[in-house]
Design a protein around this ligand. Structure first.
Ligand code: IVH
Length: 672
């Protein structure tokens, strides 16, 4: 116990840590949380407070120690006790049957071999070392013999246990070298890339590159902002214990708190392995992460040892890879789009082709340099793939199919929308339309302003924005707030009801959290993350608008380029006027100080049944004002179900999922 500390306080901190580790385990490993996210956050907050008040309590394996450590100059290296080998690949059933025959031959014609088959995660291999149940170091695979030490980065992954579960049926070994794959889920990857594009950072080509880049950050605070996940699949060594089979080992790993892929199929014969491959080939498109095949492992560990390994790969395992999701098609034309910041993006118009079951007819070509690098010409036959199975991209041109009719692409000299001249600055790959009143830019800026993570105006979709701008009904952000219901009603595809709903949604949006407001403005380099930092740091808009570049740079997480961009944005009179006009429309900012105390920020509420003393829309307003969210249906993401009279089926669902249920009195208490 740390010195000079009231034992009760030390015990309290220890109890909180233990409970948080356990809830983490229930959430990430068992997928069966016992408490709501709100309750978890509350406990975490309490522990943070204790550790802040009593710094002697700090400990490297506290659940609060995931936020990242001071930056490194470079990574240390470490030799793996047992080399991290690769796997041989098979590409068809015959390759796998060959593998099975080889295994049996090497085991003196033994038959009845049982295999455990697993999804092959498309991520980055890591090794973690635990001593007496505590995470000591984490490293990359490197060249298989020596890896880089990335402990601080790996610790930021919530699903990585900082301490092993001690109440597990398997005793804790004195040393465990465990291996797994770090990855980023597809939804998180999409969101993360969108955010990068907004900040004018180059997007990652696929989730694997994003995971690899995030793990190799010298600044673990950056890693902490990346949505990394992990599945464990094996070990290097374990001391004190011996396992008979791979499946037994995986079960113990799970009991110790390590996340294991739920789709692993244990102890099956080779025929069933082939069926499993087919099943997973179909299921892979519904999975929330990328897999690139299956891994087939001899289950019996004594047989694994008898089979041994070559210098490259074990003889007891093989990867059966999925077919690449690539197709060839014709590039019919290149269209140039103008984005919110005026950047011209060439987009390939493809002859529609099904790539892994999804029709693809367009692919971004990023910029002029990219087209030149890949020597892409209009009329080419091209190989397309869904990168990370998400965004279609052109892998390469099939030059042998050219017949001479293909034409070179030239970036237009003027904006394809407003016809103003375009420029390309030295050292930049982007070409821009610099006319800030270009209608394409205006449309995109307004779409951004009203989008879900900004003003979140329901009913003001992309088509309607295009229409309103084209008909000169919208020419600035402030115009949104004075849109006339009568005029909207008479627009194409609109009617009295949708017009009334829209006007109502616009009215509701006027109360907005400070950070969201900043994000909505679309300041260069200020995406959601930077806006949140600013919103947390500055007490109000006025202070932010008047602060210097140096003061901005002093904000943790904000570098010189971002600081420069923000300071010069607020310095421009034009932008000051735009902001004034928005505020004059009655937009109210919920400032940082209010938000910080807002324990209900981002909490998801579902309403059911009849409330007595307030209407549903009043309840929704209260939730929104506290920066909470309202959802129509109960799911694992729900934090509170507010149940009035005659609640119906949502109540059962909430109980099933362990969602906190509150009645009207509880609701009132929560909202003061
Ligand atoms: S077992 C001795 N199981 O695939 C071989 N590997 O090509 C140990 N991988 O470096 C590997 N999912 O990064 C194994 N379920 C799984 C896997 C898996 C992904 C990766 C791993 C390894 C690479 C080998």
């Amino acid at each position: 116990m740390p010195e000079n500390i009231n034992p009760q306080i030390a015990q309290k901190a220890e109890a909180l840590r233990k409970a948080l580790h356990r809830h983490n385990y229930r959430y990430y490993v068992l997928d069966d949380p016992e408490i709501s996210d709100a309750e978890y956050d509350r406990m975490m907050q309490e522990l943070k407070q204790l550790e802040e008040n009593y710094p002697q309590l700090a400990s490297p394996d506290s659940p609060t120690a995931r936020v990242g450590a001071p930056p490194l100059e470079k990574f240390d290296t470490v030799a793996h006790t047992v080399p991290m080998l690769s796997l041989d690949n098979g590409f068809n059933d015959e390759d796998i049957l060959d593998f099975d025959r080889r295994v049996k031959r090497n085991l003196d014609k033994q038959s009845n071999i049982l295999y455990t088959a697993e999804p092959k995660m498309d991520g980055v291999a890591v090794e973690l070392i635990y001593e007496n149940g505590k995470l000591l170091t984490a490293s990359t695979r490197g060249d298989g013999l020596t890896g880089e030490v990335i402990t601080a980065n790996v610790k930021t992954i919530n699903a990585v246990p900082l301490v092993m579960q001690t109440d597990s049926p398997s005793p804790i070994p004195s040393r465990l070298e465990i291996r797994g794959e770090v990855f980023i889920g597809l939804d998180a990857f999409r969101k993360f890339n969108e955010e990068r594009i907004e900040q004018e950072l180059p997007p990652f080509a696929n989730p694997r590159n994003a995971a690899a880049g995030s793990l190799r950050q010298l600044h673990s605070k950056i890693t902490a902002t990346r949505p990394l996940e992990i599945f464990f699949y094996g070990i290097g060594i374990v001391e004190d214990l011996a396992f008979e089979s791979h499946w037994e080992l995986l079960k113990s790993l799970k009991n110790w708190g390590f996340r294991i892929n739920p789709f692993i199929r244990p102890t099956i014969r080779i025929k069933e392995v082939l069926n499993y491959y087919r099943e997973l080939s179909e299921k892979r498109h519904q999975l929330p992460y990328d897999i690139d095949g299956i891994v087939v492992k001899v289950d019996d560990i004594s047989l694994q040892q008898r089979l041994g390994a070559t210098s490259r790969s074990p003889r007891w395992a093989v990867a059966y890879k999925f077919k690449a999701i690539q197709e060839t098609t014709a590039l019919e034309a290149i269209e140039v789009q103008v984005g919110r910041t005026g950047v011209l993006t060439p987009v390939a118009q493809l002859k529609p082709v099904s790539v892994g079951g999804v029709m693809v007819s367009r692919a971004t070509l990023h910029n002029e340099d990219e087209i030149e690098k890949k020597d892409i010409r209009i009329g080419d036959k091209v190989l397309v793939q869904r990168a990370g199975d998400v965004i279609p991209e052109i892998v390469k041109v099939i030059a042998s199919k050219r017949d001479g009719s293909e034409t070179q692409f030239k970036m237009p000299k003027s904006c394809p929308v407003c016809d103003s001249p375009v420029i390309r600055m030295a050292g930049e790959s982007a070409t821009r339309c610099i006319n800030s009143s270009c209608s394409a830019q205006l449309k995109e800026r307004i779409k951004h302003f009203t989008s879900k993570r900004a003003f979140d105006i329901d009913g003001l979709g992309d088509k309607l924005v295009d229409q309103l701008v084209d008909e000169n009904l919208l020419s600035s952000f402030a115009d949104i707030f004075s849109l006339d219901e009568e005029i909207i009603k008479n627009l194409e595809r609109m009617g009295a009801k949708s017009a009334a709903n829209l006007v109502n949604a616009i009215e509701q949006s006027k109360s907005i959290v400070f950070a969201r407001f900043l994000y909505a403005l679309g300041i260069r380099h200020a995406g959601e993350h930077v806006s949140a930092l600013l919103g947390d740091h500055f007490p109000d808009l006025h202070t932010l608008m008047n602060c210097s570049r140096e003061e901005l740079e002093a904000v943790e997480g904000i570098g010189p380029i971002v600081a420069d961009s923000i300071a010069s944005f607020f310095k421009q009179e034009r932008n000051q006027r735009i902001i004034r006009l928005i505020l004059d429309c009655g937009v109210k900012l919920e400032t940082a100080s209010r938000k910080k105390t807002g324990k209900l920020k981002d909490k998801v509420f579902v309403l059911t049944g009849t409330l007595e003393s307030i209407t549903r829309s009043q309840a929704k307003e209260l939730i929104k004002a506290a920066s909470g969210k309202v959802s129509g249906s109960v799911s694992g993401n729900t934090d509170y179900l507010v149940a009035g009279e005659s609640p119906g089926s949502k109540l059962n669902k909430a109980k099933e999922l362990g969602v906190a249920v509150i009645d009207e009195a509880g609701f009132k208490e929560l909202f003061g």
